[in-house]
Design a protein around this ligand. Structure first.
Ligand code: 5GP
Ligand code: ZN
Length: 112
């Protein structure tokens, strides 16, 4: 499959790993928008939030258990933002479900 994030999970494209377990992989965004910018992805290929279903939502719950652990390890004691862009209008560019963790500074509230 021609998916950048599947290739990152397979190790075919290098990445800076920050966390890994059986279901989840997390790595630093190549184009950081904040001092800490990490992407958390399921190892199973899921296209976007729109493709989350009763069959695969367990990994999404697991991702949200892992996110606070990563935030703590990264020292994001002042808080952080979790973002998932879904579809073209949101600016999704990689169609493998991912959650951005953004932190390390006071983030702007602008969402548009
Ligand atoms: P989206 O815009 O789909 O929500 O986010 C995709 C993110 O993936 C972007 O922030 C982009 O910088 C990041 N990205 C795209 N290709 C690569 C890559 O090859 N390596 C890493 N580490 N990040 C990538
Ligand atoms: Zn994929």
């Amino acid at each position: 499959m021609d998916c950048i994030f599947c290739k990152i999970i397979a190790g075919d494209i290098p990445s800076t790993k920050v966390y890994e377990d059986e279901q989840v992989y997390a790595f630093r965004d190549i184009n950081p928008q904040a001092p800490t910018h990490i992407l958390v992805i399921p190892k199973a290929h899921i296209e976007s939030v729109n493709a989350v279903s009763p069959e695969n939502s367990g990994v999404v719950a697991h991702i949200f258990e892992v996110i606070p652990q990563i935030a703590k390890a990264e020292g994001l004691t002042g808080g952080y933002r979790v973002v998932s862009n879904c579809g073209a209008d949101a600016g999704q560019t990689v169609f493998h479900l991912h959650f951005h963790i953004l932190g390390g500074k006071e983030l702007a509230l602008e969402m548009a």
